[in-house]
Design a protein around this ligand. Structure first.
Ligand SMILES: Nc1nc2c(ncn2[C@@H]2O[C@H](COP(=O)(O)OP(=O)(O)OP(=O)(O)O)[C@@H](O)[C@H]2O)c(=O)[nH]1
Length: 291
């Protein structure tokens, strides 16, 4: 469809160029070769080449419709004016019959008006499309269970992915990170500062894992990372590294992980085991602090 339209536009453009040239050259007096301005000729010719390129680009890139018609009509009119400007280098336009003055002065302003209307419509169209995309993105976010504060997946998405991996029997490590005494941080610095911390920490996490890994905000201050085909040794190193990514020295984070080798496994029991590890690690931390 776009190809046919492009060919039609190119055909119309060539016909217009030839028609105007034939009309002008047949009636105007030629200028002597000695006064031809080669710089102007080169400039006017390159303008025509540019306009031809724009015509092809608009015809190919835009869907049919009113806005496209304004743009194409504007470019064609502007192009006709440029053809006359180029001919002006070879013939004396003031020797043309009076009616031809329109051909010299009319197309460029008309073309610019038409282009302006087309561009204005294009802008409005783009704003509408952007709005639609934002709405669609919002819908997708909600449908895909994205946490609005951190922009990470939520627990449901994580459970679904873990379940799929468990059924397939892909080896993986699963990590859980939980902020320590986050309620105190909220209490001391305010909920807004707590939100900011969660936001920045989730960004830091996202920057540190591989593309194939999935990070989720599992609950308030608890994050989980699903690491397909990640051996336990790598998970251990990553847990230590991620613990250091907390962008706030007044608080710490506890990280635990589990590894499952090739072969189907029970997703729920893995999560239960991981939760137990977290409880043990927190208790150990409290105990060490008290001691
Ligand atoms: N600022 C902020 N706080 C949240 C959000 N979601 C949950 N919380 C807070 O996170 C805190 C979690 O409390 P706990 O589960 O006791 O965890 P903790 O205080 O980190 O204690 P430990 O995990 O035992 O170290 C609560 O005070 C919640 O109010 C949130 O979106 N923003």
């Amino acid at each position: 469809m776009e190809r046919t339209r492009t060919l039609r536009i190119i055909g119309l453009w060539i016909a217009l160029m030839l028609g105007i040239s034939a009309l002008v050259l047949a009636r105007a007096d030629a200028k002597p070769l000695a006064i031809w301005d080669w710089w102007d000729i080169a400039l006017e010719t390159s303008l025509l080449v540019l306009i031809s390129t724009w015509l092809v680009m608009v015809a190919q890139a835009r869907p049919g419709g009113r806005i496209t018609r304004w743009l194409l009509a504007g470019l064609l009119a502007f192009g006709c004016g440029s053809v006359v400007d180029l001919l002006d280098e070879f013939v004396r336009l003031d020797t043309l019959p009076t009616g031809f003055a329109l051909l010299e002065k009319g197309p460029v302003p008309l073309g610019l008006i038409s282009l302006t209307i087309g561009l204005w419509g294009w802008r409005k169209e783009q704003l509408r499309i952007n709005q639609q995309l934002r709405t669609r993105e919002q819908f997708l976010r909600e449908a895909d269970h994205i946490d609005p504060l951190t922009q990470l997946c939520d627990a449901r998405t994580f459970d679904a992915h873990l379940q799929r991996l468990a059924q397939k029997g892909t080896s993986c490590s699963v990590m859980m990170l939980d902020l320590d005494q986050f309620h105190r941080f909220n209490h001391d610095h305010g909920m807004a500062a707590g939100d900011e911390l969660l936001h920045r920490f989730s960004h830091a996490l996202a920057n540190e894992v591989r593309h194939c890994d999935l990070i989720c905000r599992y609950a308030g201050d608890r994050f989980v990372v699903l690491l397909p085909r990640c051996p336990a040794s790598l998970a251990a190193a990553l847990a230590e590294h991620l613990r250091q990514q907390l962008p706030e020295p007044r608080i710490s984070v506890t990280a635990v992980y589990l590894y499952r080798g090739e072969g189907p496994f029970e997703a729920q029991s893995l999560l239960a085991e991981l939760n137990q590890r977290m409880i043990d690690a927190k208790a150990h931390r409290q105990w060490a602090k008290a001691g």
